[in-house]
Design a protein around this ligand. Structure first.
Ligand code: NGQ
Ligand code: ZN
Length: 461
């Protein structure tokens, strides 16, 4: 199964979710990978592909693709209490052994899985830069080029977020042994960013931002020096994921992480604060007002025992959010959205708590994550979704799925999110090329083989 050779084409959908809502009998035409015309109440013409239900591709605003390689391998009790920090030591050990070839194979496989799930753009928060001894590669962008190669091969749209990491903890604490592959000073990072810009320029639809890793890893002085390097691109930063981090930040500065950023950094609609799990009421209101996106990674946050994001309050305050697969312990659009809603239900002992313009929870979550995720990855609001001028990125739902029987409109999204469909996605188009057919990426076989060989080497030796 090769993707269509040309990126111009047509598609007809009995129902499609457009920015204005559901439309029937929708004919979509694209040229050079971009949507040229969207027409509702249109006749299907002979020879063009027809689908039942078409949804816009979902942005995955936060990923560390290499961590897919350890999914399921940290779910056992160690001798001491298991928590985020002990998980992080295992993760550092895993990445410590990866060669450039390993990183490319695992990243390629993760991107295949993302496309199969219906994620059509990924914000890759890429922080492994040096060789296993901590020395830069002959080409300092060696590993960045591997991420780009994975995106190019699989066809996923990439917003590359090169990560600046310099400290091991608040107040300039030295980095530990496990962090030596991540470290830069600002001038060296500026050179990496220049090289990244050149590589990104060759990849269709790719965008570049920057990612000061976290207030643990970046000093205030470094943050000030880094921000001008972002030009007009997105700025992503981890913040307030763990209560331990909030306590350390308070001890260091007297302020909580998100509060500190809102007080000292020009946080606005270009910013994405990844996690933002622990917010007090004043931070909720201020973050919402800033226009920044809260980068929620509900499955990873549950997996790592981070805490519960105050989604109900944040949305009521007009806050914007998107979803990310982060550690990639599982890769699913519906599961991320469901976990987000369920965490709120468990806390509030209530149902359908996330409020939006429509009663449907699935639709509210899907629309919100599409809008906020697009913003966070550098896509203009007018280009989010199935709309003229946007890349032809969409997915068709699997009409043969028994759990979609007799569903229409928003009930389709509610079922997609809540009914745990194993086979929800049928086709996925990226820039007009059909990369996934019958739920399978056309490169699945070869990339799976490379993934298996890589894991055998990493985990057996
Ligand atoms: C990361 N993961 O960048 O992969 C981090 C761990 C760190 C999460 N925060 C590394 N979930 O925080 O230093
Ligand atoms: Zn992360």
């Amino acid at each position: 199964m090769e993707p269509q050779a040309t990126s111009s084409g047509f598609l007809w959908a009995a129902a499609a979710l457009l920015p204005g809502g559901w439309a029937s009998d929708v004919r979509i035409e694209w040229r050079d990978g971009r949507i040229a015309r969207v027409e509702a109440d249109a006749q299907a013409r002979g020879g063009e592909e027809r689908v039942g239900v078409l949804l816009p591709g979902m942005p995955n605003l936060h990923s560390h693709a290499f961590q897919r390689g350890m999914a399921g391998l940290t779910e056992y009790r160690g001798p001491a209490a298991d928590n985020f920090w002990s998980w992080r030591s295992l993760m550092y050990r895993f990445v410590g052994r990866m060669t450039p070839e390993d990183l490319e194979a695992v990243t390629t496989w993760a991107f295949v899985e993302m496309l199969e799930a219906g994620f059509t753009r990924v914000g890759e928060f890429h922080y492994v830069h040096h060789d296993p001894t901590g020395r830069p590669y002959a080409d300092p962008a060696e590993l960045t080029a591997r991420v780009i190669a994975a995106a190019e091969r699989t066809g996923i749209a990439l917003t590359l977020l090169p990560v600046f990491y310099a400290q091991g903890g608040f107040g300039g604490a030295p980095a530990n042994e496990g962090q030596k592959r991540f470290l830069h000073d600002v001038p060296r990072f500026a050179r990496l960013l220049e090289a990244s810009r050149r590589l990104v320029g060759k990849l269709p639809d790719a965008l570049l931002g920057i990612a000061p890793h976290s207030l643990r890893a970046v000093t205030p002085g470094q943050l000030t020096e880094l921000l001008p390097l972002a030009a007009s691109g997105p700025v992503h930063m981890h913040a307030a994921e763990q209560t331990g981090e909030v306590e350390q930040c308070l001890a260091w500065s007297g302020a909580r992480p998100v509060q500190w950023l809102l007080d000292h950094a020009p946080v606005d609609a270009r910013w994405c604060l990844v996690h933002s799990t622990h917010l007090d009421d004043s931070e909720v209101a201020r973050l919402a007002r800033s226009g920044a996106v809260a980068g929620l990674c509900p499955i990873t946050e549950a997996n790592l025992g981070d805490g519960i994001f105050p989604a109900t309050k944040f949305l009521a305050a007009g806050g914007r959010f998107g979803i990310g697969t982060d550690s990639n312990v599982s890769i699913s659009v519906g599961d991320e959205l469901r976990q987000l809603e369920y965490s709120q239900r468990l806390r509030d002992r209530a149902r359908n708590v996330v409020e939006g313009a429509v009663p449907s929870t699935g639709r509210t979550l899907f629309d919100g994550a599409l809008r906020g995720g697009s913003q966070a990855l550098g896509i203009e609001a007018a280009q989010a979704g199935i709309v003229d001028g946007a890349p032809a990125d969409f997915l068709s739902l699997n009409e043969k799925s028994p759990l979609l029987a007799e569903r229409s409109g928003d009930a389709l999204l509610d079922s997609f999110v809540f009914a745990g469909l194993r086979d929800a996605v049928d086709g996925v188009w990226r820039a007009g090329k059909k990369q996934v057919t019958g739920g399978r990426h056309h490169l699945r076989e070869g990339t799976e083989r490379a993934w298996r060989l890589t894991l055998a080497r990493l985990l057996r030796e």
